[in-house]
Design a protein around this ligand. Structure first.
Ligand code: URA
Length: 202
């Protein structure tokens, strides 16, 4: 059994918070174990809770469309959430729930070791761009300790607010160039001094 599958089993057994008692299925995440790009959303919704898979409802269909824009299928990336169990009635995750789940996400990131972490929505953004606001930080990237962090609006936000659709698409379309830029930055320049990538300065 792979380390990732073992992690999924641990997540499925997790009883750290009330969410464990309401869930049908834990939703650890899925995708390529060697993915270059890891997308991190907020929390499972109804569909995800039923299937135990991330982003399989309407927001997931839009995420699939967004991935297709850059020639990718969901099997080629890794998709996870900040929270692994559905908050009842899709309420916002509580700070303690985010804290409880953080160890799972950290271990996932360690195992997948993606080149880019794409945060989807403000809860995911808050973990990796503390103190920033999504309206300012979306479409921008920062490099820290060898990993690039790139912020986007949540696909569900674009479903509720039509004006965000083109913004989300435009942000997704920047990802291939971002990957190219990572390849192009010489290793010597990849220290803390290259914290912010040129193309996407905050
Ligand atoms: N929204 C999320 O943030 N994650 C999912 O898995 C589904 C919807």
């Amino acid at each position: 059994m792979s380390a990732l599958s073992e992690l999924y089993e641990e997540i499925a057994r997790c009883q750290k918070c009330e969410l464990a008692r309401c869930r049908n299925r834990a939703v650890p995440g899925e995708g390529a174990e060697d993915a270059d790009i890891m997308f991190i959303g907020e929390a499972p919704g109804w569909h995800e809770d039923q299937q135990g898979r991330p982003f399989v409802g309407p927001a997931g269909q839009f995420l699939d469309e967004l991935l297709a824009l850059i020639g990718l299928k969901r099997q080629q990336v890794y998709i996870a959430n900040v929270i692994k169990c559905r908050p009842e009635a899709n309420r916002d995750p509580l700070p303690q729930e985010i804290l409880n789940c953080r160890q799972w996400l950290e271990r996932q990131i360690e195992l997948i070791h993606p080149r880019i972490i794409v945060t989807l929505g403000r809860y995911s953004m808050a973990l990796f761009f503390p103190g920033k606001t999504i309206s300012k930080v979306h479409g921008t990237a920062e490099k820290r300790d060898g990993t690039v962090y790139y912020a986007m609006y949540h696909p569900a936000a674009a479903l509720h607010q039509q004006s965000l659709r083109e913004v989300v698409k435009a942000d997704m379309l920047k990802i291939p160039a971002l990957l190219e830029e990572i390849d192009a930055v010489p290793a010597a320049k990849q220290g803390p001094e290259a914290k912010q990538l040129n193309m996407f300065e905050v």
